[in-house]
Design a protein around this ligand. Structure first.
Ligand code: NAP
Length: 267
């Protein structure tokens, strides 16, 4: 798929993966519709794109609010007339052993953003994506297809998103395409410092080093764009995450042990 002249809506474009995706896709000639809650950060991204001659509209959006998502889609359509690709990128995370959690209230916040937020965005965007035979991309994680220590609520919300998009794919037939981006650890984003800790507040100060297995946000975005251009159904970054479905099927005990070890190494 050639990204040039495609209209691409990206949620969570005020930082991290979403910000870089918006800039790189604009560099390739795409028209960008962006949403996030931090208006000032979103404006900075928009100015960067416009100063380089790109086309872009930024709309302050809290994806947990259906009305905000309707407005995001409507303003994008008003500006560019069509929608080719929806990138469900906005997300929040956690890092907390389940038995240390003091109040499970933040599990609802994880679900509200990672699952309901995606649902709220897909719903108003779908008619336009059907018109363009467009593409819905979930920026997700290995934790959408396996369990992972310290991430119970996050993994549950990403499993829910996968269930939603897989089911919608069954309903849509060939009229809309779907792509999952299954990520490992990514360096250079705010996900970790914004993650909920055991007391339900954001961790902020992050003393944990990223694992040797992590990849940079630049490599991540390059991999996503490559996946779009090659029309892949699933993109695994790094590639070895593509072994997860196989290992989970035949050696689930090994996968659980390995994930416990990986988490332990991070602490
Ligand atoms: N970083 C990793 O290691 C990693 C690994 C696997 C998967 N992922 C996935 O990658 C995606 C992007 O994360 P990132 O690493 O780039 O983290 P990030 O730097 O924290 O970016 C998250 C983005 O989501 C937006 N967002 C959060 N809540 C929102 C809401 N209610 N409404 C609208 N926007 C909201 C944030 O903007 P505002 O705060 O301005 O709203 C921000 O732009 C997430 O879905 C995450 O699960 C990341």
């Amino acid at each position: 798929m050639n990204i040039k002249n495609k209209t691409i809506l990206i949620t969570g474009a005020s930082s991290g993966i979403g910000e870089l995706l918006a800039k790189k896709c604009a560099d390739l000639g795409a028209k960008i519709i962006m949403g996030a809650r931090s208006e000032a950060k979103l404006e900075n991204v928009k100015n960067d794109i416009i100063n380089k001659g790109g086309q872009c509209v930024a709309v302050k959006t809290d994806i947990t609010r259906p009305a905000d998502c309707k407005q995001l889609v409507a303003k994008g359509i008003e500006s560019f007339g069509s929608l080719d690709i929806l990138i469900l990128n906005a997300g929040i995370s956690m890092w907390a052993p389940f038995n240390e959690i003091q109040d499970v209230q933040f599990f609802k916040d994880l679900m509200d953003t990672n699952y309901h937020g995606a649902l709220n965005t897909i719903h108003p965007a779908l008619p336009f994506l059907k018109d363009s035979h467009g593409l819905i991309i979930s920026v997700s994680t290995g934790q959408a297809i396996m369990g992972f220590p310290n991430h119970t609520g996050y993994a549950a919300s990403k499993h829910a998103l996968k269930g939603l998009t897989d089911s919608l794919e069954c309903e849509m037939g060939d009229s809309v395409q779907f792509m999952d981006i299954i990520l490992g650890w990514i360096r250079g984003t705010n996900l970790r410092s914004n993650a909920f800790g055991p007391d339900g507040t954001q961790i902020r100060e992050n003393k944990k080093d990223h694992s040797k297995e992590s990849i940079s946000v630049e490599e991540c975005v390059e991999g996503i764009i490559n996946g779009i251009q090659k029309k892949k159904r699933t993109v695994y970054l790094p590639w070895k995450l593509s072994l997860i479905p196989f290992v989970k099927l035949f050696f689930p005990w090994y996968l659980n042990r390995k994930m416990r070890q990986v988490t332990h190494d991070q602490e």
